[in-house]
Design a protein around this ligand. Structure first.
Ligand SMILES: [Fe+2]
Length: 448
């Protein structure tokens, strides 16, 4: 994913933001690379399209009148602009019954430390996260598995419903629903979720997860310190998804109905900022929004809605890319027809991902065939050590036409550090699993 344009831009000392604002004040970003030549920066990305819900005044930043039972008798709703990247990128505007700035008290609520494993050697890892016992609620029950400066990957198998409101003040959250269903109560309204959903929650969004059956919930959470965006190459210059890319606007689901609570009653929200936890109590319920619009909101995208592309011969993982974040990408390996050249090798070729650490999370399908990998397993293949099909699987997969496997992958630019919690679930024999075996698994693995 090397971005030559960004490299050339950095070498020239020119800022893409300044150029965009000066020369192209539209939501797509361009660089004046050479005289009379404009080139789009490949890695600059976009958000899902504009959405609106509820009541809005006809223009932004003007009075929105409320005639009855208004706060302090002021007869207005209170505008709240949520912005990203300063004031330069996607934003939304919400209208509250009461000012969202009212705070009764703040209290330190401890820390969630990441216990870094001091690794003795570089090697492949298989982390059997399905063995995690249920614990806590969907927020405080999370167990960190690996991290770097751009993200923290957690697993959660909660034992009890979330009772306290929560928001992440420093990171967006991608909550992948491995198992479970329910809805999120959020400032932006009610957002239903189901198995296979990526639930993407922008930072500062207050929410509570309400599971249909907490005993079935099983999540992979990517806490990302940049915005979660759609790859720019998926959207045309008009801001619409190109024909032929693996999803469409209709596959993205935003809150379906508002939750407007008009209640003067102390309400506490747990706020996470990196490792620090704080409890903030407002004198009223923060879910008091009567309308919002913009490009920034929580949404779901279901992995089974990903429309995978298949080639004559094997297509590399960028064809499976789903989201783009600073320092890593998220890919979806959805059920698909396999490559159709008469002599195609159907499993991925051996590869050295020399500039990336590669993590696969196994969601559905016949992964049991891959040397002990089970549903809910995570594998980490670090840059520097090649990985690929297990012995015997290249030949055994040649007659296959289709795979029903579902996997989520994240590929990071910077090295990932494992936690001690992850190491307690690590299979120490996994690095040996590429040695010849007299009983190879019946098929190969088609993701990663
Ligand atoms: Fe790979």
């Amino acid at each position: 994913m090397t971005d030559h344009l960004t490299t050339r831009l950095a070498a020239s000392g020119r800022s893409p933001k300044a150029l965009a604002a000066k020369d192209f004040p539209i939501r797509r970003f361009y660089v004046k690379h050479e005289e009379n030549e404009c080139v789009e920066i490949a890695r600059l990305t976009s958000m899902p399209s504009y959405r609106r819900l509820g009541e809005l005044p006809p223009k932004r930043h003007i009075q929105m009148r409320r005639e009855q039972n208004s706060f302090l008798g002021e007869n207005i709703y209170y505008e709240h602009v949520v912005t990203t990247q300063g004031f330069d990128r996607a934003y939304s505007i919400l209208y509250h019954l009461r000012p969202p700035t009212r705070i009764l008290k703040t209290e330190a609520a401890g820390h969630v430390p990441l216990r870094k494993l001091e690794e003795r050697e570089l090697r492949h890892h298989h982390i059997k996260t399905q063995k995690l016992p249920r614990r806590g609620d969907p927020i405080l029950g999370r167990v960190p598995m690996m991290f770097n400066d751009d993200l923290v990957a957690w697993r959660a198998k909660p034992a009890e419903q979330q009772t306290e409101l929560y928001r992440n003040g420093a990171a967006d959250e991608v909550i992948f629903i491995h198992q479970g269903s329910g809805y999120l109560e959020t400032t932006f309204g009610k957002l239903p979720y189901r198995r296979g959903d990526y639930v993407v929650v922008p930072r500062t969004t207050t929410f509570r997860i309400v599971a249909d059956d907490i005993a079935r919930e099983d999540h992979l959470i990517l806490e990302t310190f940049s915005q979660v965006r759609i790859p720019a190459r998926y959207q045309n210059p008009d801001g619409q998804m190109y024909l032929g890319v693996p999803y469409y606007e209709r596959d993205f689901h935003s809150p379906s109905e508002l939750i407007t609570i008009d209640r003067e009653e102390p309400t506490t929200t747990l706020i996470k900022n990196r490792e620090q936890l704080t409890r903030v109590t407002m004198p009223h319920h923060p879910f008091d929004v009567v309308g919002w619009d913009g490009f920034l909101y929580p949404f779901t995208f279901n992995a089974w809605d990903f429309e995978p592309l298949t080639g004559t011969v094997h297509l590399p993982p960028p064809f499976q890319q789903t989201f783009d974040c600073r320092g890593f990408v998220i890919c979806t390996f959805a059920p698909r027809h396999l490559d159709h050249h008469p002599q195609a090798i159907k499993v991925p070729y051996v590869h050295s991902n020399v500039e990336a650490d590669e993590v696969l999370f196994y969601v559905d399908g016949e992964f049991g065939s891959r040397r002990g990998v089970e549903l809910g397993s995570m594998t980490l293949h670090p840059g520097g050590i090649p990985h690929g099909p297990h012995p015997g699987t290249i030949v055994k997969s040649m007659s296959m036409d289709r795979t029903e496997e579902m996997a989520v992958m994240f590929d990071t630019d910077r090295r990932l550090h494992l936690t001690i919690d992850a190491m307690e679930l690590d299979d120490p024999n996994y690095p040996d699993s590429w040695l010849e075996n007299p009983n190879p698994p019946p098929t190969g693995q088609f993701s990663g």
